[in-house]
Write a protein that binds this ligand. Structure first.
Ligand SMILES: NC(=O)c1ccc[n+]([C@@H]2O[C@H](COP(=O)([O-])OP(=O)(O)OC[C@H]3O[C@@H](n4cnc5c(N)ncnc54)[C@H](OP(=O)(O)O)[C@@H]3O)[C@@H](O)[C@H]2O)c1
Length: 270
């Protein structure tokens, strides 16, 4: 049957790096995408791709197919975060947030599906976020992008059932990666005249501290490997600290306003 071929997007740091490295150690054939030159990752075949550029996505997937003849698992991971109040996002900021986190996943999914359908086999794992099941203040468009992937994945899982292709969403809580330092911010952060100035600074400090105190990406990589191995995976997995898993349960069962109040007070919304 040969080794499973796994394609992971965004392996230059954080989750992507940890997942690619771990899967390679576990003897999968791993292709990891990068959009700039990076140090080699042990056992990982690097391939160039900017997820927002469809042609580079098609080229990268063709490259894997030419080499391996198949892609068993696609792990959509490459993503960015832009922080700021919804009111003050520029059109460009909205565009780049959604183009990367939503259209970027769409691009790889559309490019890989013809090959998975042909074999009547495959698995697509979409990394979303707890922010994809609860709207996070000052991360409104980030949450929008992740909610969108959640909806898309639900629809896709039904469309792809006849083709024996599994769709899975993995929702991490806060993890310690480069995501925090890579986060872009709206101009609000330096604009004392903004009505959101103080609140954004206060809330951003909570967000950043949660992430920096978060779990290590290797923990997620292990969970992902189990999902890759599973014949019949669930549709969704939450990978988070016990407190954050509890928050997901509260979101499901509490009256919505109560939940918003609890989440708002965590983020020091006054
Ligand atoms: N860290 C967390 O707490 C957390 C929690 C929930 C969900 N997530 C999600 O996990 C995923 C990975 O994030 P991370 O925490 O590992 O962050 P990270 O360390 O910043 O890594 C993000 C990766 O995505 C790549 N990337 C960004 N834009 C790209 C593009 N247009 N084309 C190709 N690659 C691109 C980056 O490449 P460059 O190095 O070239 O920029 C990098 O490899 C994201 O989808 C994020 O939303 C993270």
């Amino acid at each position: 049957m040969g080794k499973k071929v796994v394609l992971v997007t965004g392996v230059s740091s954080g989750f992507g790096h940890a997942i690619a490295l771990f899967l390679a150690k576990k003897n999968y054939t791993v292709y990891g995408t990068v959009r700039r030159e990076i140090y080699p990752i042990d056992g990982v075949n690097l391939v160039s791709m900017d997820v927002t550029n469809k042609q580079t996505v098609i080229n990268a997937i063709d490259h894997v197919i030419r080499n391996e003849g198949k892609i068993d698992v696609l792990i959509n991971n490459a993503g960015i975060g832009i922080g700021g109040p919804v009111e003050e996002f520029s059109e460009e900021e909205v565009d780049i947030q959604l183009r990367t986190n939503l259209i970027g996943y769409v691009n790889t999914i559309q490019a890989v599906l013809p090959f998975m359908r042909r074999r009547n086999k495959g698995k697509i794992i979409n990394i979303t976020s707890l922010g994809g099941i609860m709207g996070l203040p000052f991360q409104g468009f980030y949450s929008a992008s992740k909610f969108a992937i959640e909806g898309l994945s639900e629809a896709l899982s039904m469309e792809l059932k006849p083709f024996n292709i599994h769709v899975v969403v993995v929702r991490p809580g806060d993890f310690h990666t480069n995501f925090t330092q890579n986060r872009k911010l709206t101009k609000t952060i330096g604009d004392e005249t903004s009505p959101y100035y103080n609140q954004m600074r206060t809330t951003l400090a909570v967000i950043e501290s949660d992430e920096q105190k978060g779990l290590q990406p290797e923990y997620l990589a292990k969970k992902i490997e189990k999902i890759v191995r599973k014949k019949h995976p669930k549709f969704s997995y939450i990978v988070a600290s016990p407190e954050q898993r509890f928050a997901a349960i509260l979101k499901k069962f509490l009256p919505q306003r109560w939940f918003f109040n609890i989440l708002g007070s965590h983020y020091k919304i006054s």
